[in-house]
Design a protein around this ligand. Structure first.
Ligand code: DQA
Length: 141
């Protein structure tokens, strides 16, 4: 989770809903426990910190689910780090970035991830966890 997502619940509710960051985190951890998947749910406002997490994930994790928030549209560094991470990657956006301002329509990471979910509200995170679990388990059904 990239910048300002810690303020979910209070920022632009018409785009991001009323769910708080902590509620979202709880929901995601609950779903991953249900699926018996280890999930680390993190957020940073600092681009370099996210780059470092992605680099470290290479050793520890089977996949990355990323909502890079505003960095989606600006960060070559996050794009490059994701490109180096050779395992499954899912891009999530709470809002539909394609029906908003022009500058949000360009994602610098969409073409280096496995797939993406946008516009489904916070449900997108849960859908991404389910998809990642299936991808990692190699379930095509
Ligand atoms: C976002 C969309 C981005 O354009 C925005 O900067 C965000 C959140 C989303 O989840 O819809 O911070 O990634």
């Amino acid at each position: 989770n990239g910048p300002n997502l810690n303020l979910l619940g209070e920022r632009e509710q018409s785009q991001y809903g009323v769910i708080t960051f902590n509620e979202l985190k709880k929901n995601c951890l609950r779903k991953s426990e249900e699926l018996d998947v280890k999930l680390e749910f993190v957020q940073s406002n600092i681009e370099g910190e996210i780059v470092t997490w992605i680099q470290k994930a290479k050793e520890t994790y089977d996949g990355i689910i990323i909502n890079a928030a505003a960095f989606t549209h600006t960060s070559v560094a996050i794009r490059d780090a994701l490109q180096i991470f050779k395992k499954p990657k899912i891009e999530v956006h709470i809002s539909n970035i394609y029906n908003r301002e022009e500058f949000r329509k360009k994602s610098l990471i969409s073409d280096v991830v496995t797939g993406g979910i946008f516009g489904m509200g916070s449900h997108g995170y849960i859908l991404a966890i389910i998809a990642m679990h299936k991808i990692i388990k190699n379930e095509n059904k």
